[in-house]
Every structure is written in structure tokens, then in C-alpha cells.
Design a protein around this ligand. Sequence first.
Ligand SMILES: CC(C)(COP(=O)(O)OP(=O)(O)OC[C@H]1O[C@@H](n2cnc3c(N)ncnc32)[C@H](O)[C@@H]1OP(=O)(O)O)[C@@H](O)C(=O)NCCC(=O)NCCS
Length: 207
Amino acid sequence: MRHKTLADLTRPKGTVRTLSQQEELPLLRDHLLRLDRTSRHDRFHGYMDDSFIERYAEKCANDGTTIIAFFENGVVRGAAELHPPDQSPDSLPEIAFSVETSVRRRGVGSILFRKLMTVARAKGYNSLRITTGAQNEAMRALASKFGAQLVFRHGESTGTIDLTKQDQTELATSWADNTFNAARTVANLNRAYWQMLLRMSGWSRAA
Ligand SMILES: CC(C)(COP(=O)(O)OP(=O)(O)OC[C@H]1O[C@@H](n2cnc3c(N)ncnc32)[C@H](O)[C@@H]1OP(=O)(O)O)[C@@H](O)C(=O)NCCC(=O)NCCS
């Protein structure tokens, strides 16, 4: 009988699949609602309350967003979001990830990322965009593992992933500083993205 290695013991046990449209609202919503305060801050660039998350999941279920989910014992513990290109300021499909604390650092984010890239290629996309806080070390590590080139400005970072370079995934790429013009472009893109989130939270109406 083969002895179990450390990798065997720590490998995530679960299944990964794309949610149907009917599943998206309840399953994505309940997963996102289980995220703790810090995780919500990281995922949504600031603490977002339950009602925001409920509206966000509803929007995803109705706007053509593809959700790839990691299930453990029948419960969604991780999700990768692939948003339609028409919602992005530069028409690149935006992607985002969330993994519940109980299953982090066991490769779930990487499994979701890999599956998302396969799904995106099948849709004919050549490039993806990811936006996250500059202090988000976990997401930075995950994105750079899959070849994202990121630029920073004003505490935020945005990167693109080139899907045409099949063999480039998981090359460890550094998070390089870029030129002022590139950073300014990114700042504008980030602003549009966060404004979308703020509009959903109702904050921009109050401002
Ligand atoms: C970012 C996130 C999805 C990563 O999920 P995960 O399942 O822990 O990721 P993995 O286990 O696949 O780790 C991927 C890589 O990142 C590294 N990593 C993960 N967390 C890290 C951390 N906190 N600090 C440094 N590196 C980290 C891992 O070591 C791994 O690298 P390796 O394969 O070379 O060893 C998860 O931390 C999360 O949901 N955070 C809150 C929400 C969020 O920030 N979303 C991003 C906004 S789009």
C-alpha cells in the first residue's frame, strides 16, 4: 500500500464546475456572505455589507457572468468570476476570485484560476483583466503565478493575462513598476471598476 505524502494530505478534496445560471444567485451569494470582514475588504476593495453582496450576486446571475465554483462536501467554498467584456472600461473580461478561509493556501485558488482560463479560451477571449488592492499579497501571488503583468498606482493594481500564450501560465513573473502613462491608464480603469462597485453599494448616490 502506498504511503500518503504531505501533498496527498494537503491537496484540496472537492469538485470544480461552472454554476448554472439558476445556481449562481443562491450559491455565489451564500459563499460571498460567508467571507469574513477582511476577505470582503480584499475582494471588494472595502468592507461591503450583506445587502451589497446580495445585490452583487443577483447582478452576476443576470448579466452573463460565468461562475466557476469549488465545492467541498456540497458547499461552495471558492469561486472564480468571469465577467462579460462589455462591462469593462477597455472591453477586457474582468476576473475575480474568492476562497473561504477554511480552505485557503491549499491550491483552491490555483485550481479555479486554471479552470477559468480554460473556460475563457473556449469563449474565444485572448486576454483577461484582474484588479485588486496593491496590499493584497495573496491575490498578487496567485495572479503572478498565472503570468499576470500588474501595474500599481494609488494603492491599487491591475494586470492582464494573455491567454494566447498557453505555456506562459504559472511562470513566476515579478510585479514590475511601469511608466507614468501606463499607471495613469490603469488608475482610470481602476476608478471605473471601483465606481461600479460603489454604485452598486449605493454610496455614490449618497455622496
Ligand atoms: C486570493 C485568494 C483567492 C487565494 O486563494 P488560495 O486558495 O489561498 O490560493 P492558492 O492556495 O492556490 O495559492 C496560490 C499561490 O498564492 C500564494 N499565496 C496564497 N496566499 C498567500 C498569502 N497570503 N501571501 C503570500 N502568498 C500567498 C500561495 O503560496 C500559492 O503560491 P505557490 O503555488 O507558488 O505556492 C484568497 O486568499 C482569497 O479569497 N482572498 C480574499 C478575496 C480576495 O482577495 N480576492 C481577490 C480580489 S480579485
